[in-house]
Design a protein around this ligand. Sequence first.
Ligand SMILES: *Cc1c(COP(=O)(O)O)cnc(C)c1O
Length: 456
Amino acid sequence: MSKKLTKYILPEKEMPTSWYNILPDLPEPMPPMLHPQTHEPTILPPPLFPAALNDQEFSKEHTIEIPDEVLDVYKMYRPTPLIRAYRLEKALGTPAQIFYKYEGVSAAGSHKLNTAIAQAYYNKKAGIKRLATETGAGQWGSALALACQYMGLECKVYMVKVSYNQKPYRRIMMETWGAKVVASPSTDTNFGKQVLAEDPNCPGSLGMAISEACEDAFSRDDTSYSLGSVLNHVILHQSIIGLETKKQLEMADVEADIIIGCVGGGSNFGGLAVPFVKDKMKGKKIELIAVEPTACPSMTRGPLAWDLGDVAGMAPIVMMYTLGHSFIPSPIHAGGLRYHGMSPLVSHLHKLKLIDARAVNQKATFESAIQFARTEGIIPAPEPAHAIKVVIDEALKCKESGQKKVIVLGLSGHGHFDLSAYDQFLSGKLEADAYDEAKVKQSLAQLPKIDYVAPK
Ligand SMILES: *Cc1c(COP(=O)(O)O)cnc(C)c1O
């Protein structure tokens, strides 16, 4: 038998027991969050989030211990494997070494369970009985539904209507794990009713569903709101991905030259990247590439600006790369990459030139996903397929230059519930998505006018 290793599996006892918080290590502090009405610096709205998560959002601690109850659930699927993509390397004929960190092994099928478990835990500890949230394609909703089940909480999910109608399997998963799911815009909230009165056929958007879930949580004492991406505490929880990856690369006796992940709200990329960004801040040479769709290119085409996190203006205003809160991207299959903005933390890292961003087209991502599935076997979700496209591009560059770079891919989830998208691609019906410049212009004209200037 060949002695070369393919899978780097950390023993359970070597799983990280703390998350890494990059905030105190940043060379320049992040801009504050602003209150949506007063435009003054604010915290996460207390009726929506428990104090523990708010503390983490602005924490100055370098590490935060993972509670035992959270670790116990993590251990059901963590540490996740780091796998050497020998067959993909061979098919590409590249001298590069490609590794992928696979988060699809959780029961929910993606990295989102890492923060869902932590958020459900802190809410339960604060006496909360019920969580309300939004979901696009259903990845986040299913992760939170399962986490609520693990922690004994009720869960209400506002699912963007197009996905609710087109993707029944994720809804059924959520219901199997005990969640209540409605199509958004819904008649369960005033905001939803208002939208439906204006446009009964409104397909919904993530920004609208967030507004509905926030209204739900504002209106009930027993309910908190839960966000699956974007915020600092979410990236904190996802840092477990990067911390494990670092240990696994040591096991493999290599150092990463390039780290590549897809970005929707920025949490899987952020979680994978932050421990390596820390090295970069200390002078280590490493490239970190965030990949977004050309249909929703907040970092590669949008300005860094103050914008609302949701359509109704209930969530705080943050400084981020954005296409404008009223932007509704074309319905590409990577539903998790359709958020109008980008995590303020990932935006800040980009502004500080600690990470790079690239946009790729949906059609090219499916070609790459198929090549990955036919070599490595795993059928990737359409979201990380964006990162795979850039991994292949970089590996082919190595082939030209003869460089033996070490490339690490964040494989955030599997695509078992996205097979109809694969079907469309395989039968030649999948459309190349287009960037709608006029729509973005229109939406950017509606950015809030903010006079806030940081005190010197
Ligand atoms: C939701 C999702 C994403 C995008 O969200 P991020 O917060 O940017 O990570 C990427 N991949 C998968 C599998 C997802 O479910």
